[in-house]
Design a protein around this ligand. Sequence first.
Ligand code: IPM
Ligand code: MG
Length: 374
Amino acid sequence: MAADTPYRLAVLAGDGIGPEVMAEALRVLDAVASARGFAFTYDEQLVGGAAIDAVGSALPDATLQACEASDAILFGSVGGPQWESLPPAEQPERGALLPLRKHFGLFANLRPSVCFPSLTHASPVKDALIEGGFDVLCVRELTGGLYFGAPKGTHEENGEKVAIDTMVYKESEIERIARVAFTAAMQRDKRVTSIDKANVLENGLLWRAVVERVAKDFPEVALDHLYVDNAAMQLIRRPRDFDVVLAENLFGDILSDEMAMIAGSLGMLSSASLGASKEGGLYFGMYEPSGGTAPDIAGQGIANPIAQILSAGMLLRYSLGLSAEADAIEAAVRGAIDDGARTGDLYTGEKGTEKVSTTAMGDAILSRLDISQS
Ligand code: IPM
Ligand code: MG
């Protein structure tokens, strides 16, 4: 892209460690841009608790408009104890994340769970089960199922409260997320494990049938199915056996947290929430770390910025088509880790490693970014 047409990013740093780790991601993006001779403009907007405090809503109109006008959204994290007493629908997470997903139709949530070989000791899982590391991609449906199905609500019946959430999936919704999973598998190890509860739920039966149908269009990809309860066990027992894990919204929410824990530190895990693909195979998307706001360490300059930096890498790959640049960011992160840089969440005192601050980790990654003008 020519230098005079900058990419426009909506930057929503949010709460807790969001702003500190976001600053490192923007430094990395700027370094990529200047090496490649293009530019980013950052439209920094309020979101989450910070937005509630400033203007009374977790997702102000100005923020939504900035997102609409952008090529992609780079999101930090939202939430914290000071907003937990608000009505649930107004809280930072529900008031900002869910409407953003729905508004932009971000139905495909990609959550890579990567455990680097040099970081297996940071995982609570026994070394023998994860030696050599692993790389699993969770593809989670993000705009359907129990999160959004109607009817939803709480009412009074015979003198007691009754709460209803409804699990609804249309064939078309299952089909499009299954296609994302199979397409991703084609770029990886060509294996998809589809998760459902077909032994109990109507949704599970339909899910399985539609996934089987989509699989016919991807004859090179090996497909297997697991019930969600069994999947929760198998993922922890043999994480290295999985390639792409495909799940509906709530199951994917739960299993992706499990995978994050198995990988060691939440501070390493990026994510992309994508809408329908546009011309040229690119997506509008929102990119965010999986880790949350970590209020206990916010403002101390010690948070791990890697998840935010890798999320920026995913943004380059999926929304801007800059795969080489995304590869370079991933390689720089790997280099910094291999050379011993460790934020507090990763540090175990191992020989040859050094405990570093948020900005020092940013520096370690920047100094290993190998991008030259081509
Ligand atoms: C996630 C979070 C959200 C979800 C919450 C904060 C609404 O847990 O992104 O995984 O359940 O989707
Ligand atoms: Mg979650």
